[in-house]
Design a binder for this molecule. Structure first.
Ligand SMILES: *Cc1c(COP(=O)(O)O)cnc(C)c1O
Length: 394
């Protein structure tokens, strides 16, 4: 009997989330109502943001963020290729061109040294990513952006609860430090509402734009019309979208948010333990946490020895009941980007190397230390096996 499969992740959901969904369903108000409003208030309080606006996903949040800072057809937005494809796609939704720069080898985040040269007369925004929950050096990004007066949007899809050392104090990602931060509640992230997203900002003007456009740019909100004592008609001053979050999702999100500190402390414990165990696996490099960052460890990505065949290692582990994933993708290598849909403003060597030579190991709240030991010993065996001469591998 092979050991039970250790998945790459597992949502941490239980009766509390089910009860919350039930409460919303039986309340008679199931979308864009009181649960959404409460989730927004609680999320803003958690991140320290002035405004939080709930939407249907992080992808739709990114689209609204780019629109709010005025990204239009023909503009350029500087970002990374090394990210989930939604990052670059959101720029194309605005008719703008993603401009890719490379990442740093040790953090997998945008290399701020390459930013200045990527900026052109058409640059309307910088879209930087806190990749797999690891805070990027946003201070370095802001030094360049402020020189050029270009707004910064943070793709914090994976970074709920991650922290950054800011002027001597630990602050949550999403306060935000750029103009706008965008989060995801997809099941692959640290907390989930099935699907869902959130925008945070200090700007009341941006927040007003998000709220209008997520609801078809309808001049009257459902709650205002519902409670009005006089007949009122709605108006549509500009193009809008249906990017709403439902109250069923928000009710679940409120439960998940309550548990977030406990989830993060467990993930940080497991990540630290991985670091210790992996220091004894020759050739494998554990991820680095810079001194200004506290990651929520949404994913735990390790670098394999250069000579190792990534697929062979992943297959070796899969046979032993351990799911892994390859390193984060590079958008510029996908067919959807093969016809000049982007501009590369630097080499993308480190981005490609991270995709080809890293693998993501299982990490989730319910993971036991025994499971973690199994992962590490399988990885050790896989790397040792791959290091044998080719003739012995057959
Ligand atoms: C998951 C993810 C997204 C997309 O989030 P959705 O909520 O699925 O739309 C965007 N950017 C990054 C970096 C992500 O990891």
């Amino acid at each position: 009997m092979p050991d039970e499969l250790i998945p790459i992740t597992k949502p941490f959901m239980d009766e509390r989330d089910a009860d919350a969904a039930r409460r919303a369903i039986l309340s008679g108000w199931v979308t864009q109502g009181p649960e959404v409003a409460a989730f927004e208030r609680e999320f803003a309080a958690f991140t320290g943001a002035t405004h939080a606006c709930a939407v249907s996903s992080c992808t739709t949040a990114l689209h609204l963020a780019l629109l709010a800072v005025g990204v239009k057809p023909g503009d350029e937005v500087v970002t990374v290729s090394h990210s989930y494809i939604a990052t670059a796609n959101s720029i194309r939704y605005c008719g703008a061109t993603p401009v890719f720069i490379d990442i740093e080898r040790s953090t997998f985040n945008m290399n701020p040294d390459l930013l200045d040269r990527a900026i052109s007369g058409r640059t309307r925004a910088i879209l930087c990513v806190h990749q797999v929950g690891m805070p990027l050096n946003i201070e370095a990004v802001l030094r360049v952006s402020q020189e050029h007066s270009i707004p910064v949007i943070e793709d914090a899809a994976c970074a709920i609860g991650s922290e950054i050392l800011w002027k001597g104090q630990w602050q949550k990602i999403g306060k935000p430090h750029g103009e706008i931060a965008c989060f995801s509640f997809h099941p692959r992230k640290v907390i989930t509402t099935g699907d869902g997203g959130m925008l945070t900002t200090s700007s009341g003007e941006f927040d007003r734009k998000f709220r209008l456009r997520r609801q078809h740019s309808m001049s009257l909100s459902d709650t205002v019309r519902h409670s009005a004592s006089q007949v009122k008609f709605d108006e549509y001053p500009e193009l809008g979208y249906n990017y709403r979050m439902t109250d069923i999702q928000a009710a679940v999100g409120r439960e998940q948010l309550k548990r977030l500190p406990e989830i993060i402390s467990r993930r940080r414990e497991l990540a630290a333990r991985y670091g210790t165990l992996l220091s004894n696996v020759p050739g494998v490099t554990a991820p680095d946490e810079p001194s200004f960052a506290r990651s929520n460890w949404q994913s735990y990505s390790v670098r394999l020895p250069d000579a190792c065949d990534q697929i062979q290692i992943m297959q070796f582990m899969l046979v032993r009941g351990i799911a892994t994933r390859r390193g984060i993708m590079c958008s510029h290598r996908e067919p959807a980007y093969s016809n000049g849909e982007y501009r590369a403003a630097s080499h993308l060597t480190e981005s490609e190397a991270a995709q080809d030579h890293c693998i993501i190991l299982p990490l989730f709240h319910q993971m036991t230390v025994e499971e973690q030991d199994r992962v590490v010993s399988a990885l050790r065996a896989a790397v040792a096996f791959a290091a044998q001469p080719a003739s012995a591998n057959r």
